[in-house]
Design a protein around this ligand. Sequence first.
Ligand SMILES: [Zn+2]
Length: 169
Amino acid sequence: MEEKLKIYTYPDAVLRITTEPVENIDGDIQKLIDGMGETMYGAPGIGLAANQVGEKKRILVYDLTPKDEARNLSVIINPEIVLAEGDIIHEESCLSVIDFAAEIKRHAKIKVRGVNRDGDPVDIEAEGLLAVCLQHEIDHLNGTLFIDHISSIKRALYKKKLTKMLKKA
Ligand SMILES: [Zn+2]
């Protein structure tokens, strides 16, 4: 079992980088994926992007399996959205944005293309919570946070709240 990794939180600059495609899925990448899985489960969360743990790599992991069922870690390397349609509004939160949730509008149905950890191509058709989760994680890999999708007034309020919280800590 891999050790948990540090989760970087807003406003850390690593959350604003554009991650780079993985060209060679070597042992280090496998180790990173396992570490990301442990970190996500430990948090707990349903998805995690590599730059949330400080790695500039285009990798995301997720698991929407109910907590009382066996874990089923899914990995997409170099994911890209190749189809998107409809709208869905869903409340989102993020392991990198402490103590905040907001309703965000996303595409209701998407198709994501990438490769799995064995290097095999995958096409994932997603709707509902999975579509929301994948769009949220792919946003991360492009340096975007869910709070970028809320109004500037709400974002300013969150920044104020966060500054207060950080002062107390
Ligand atoms: Zn997130």
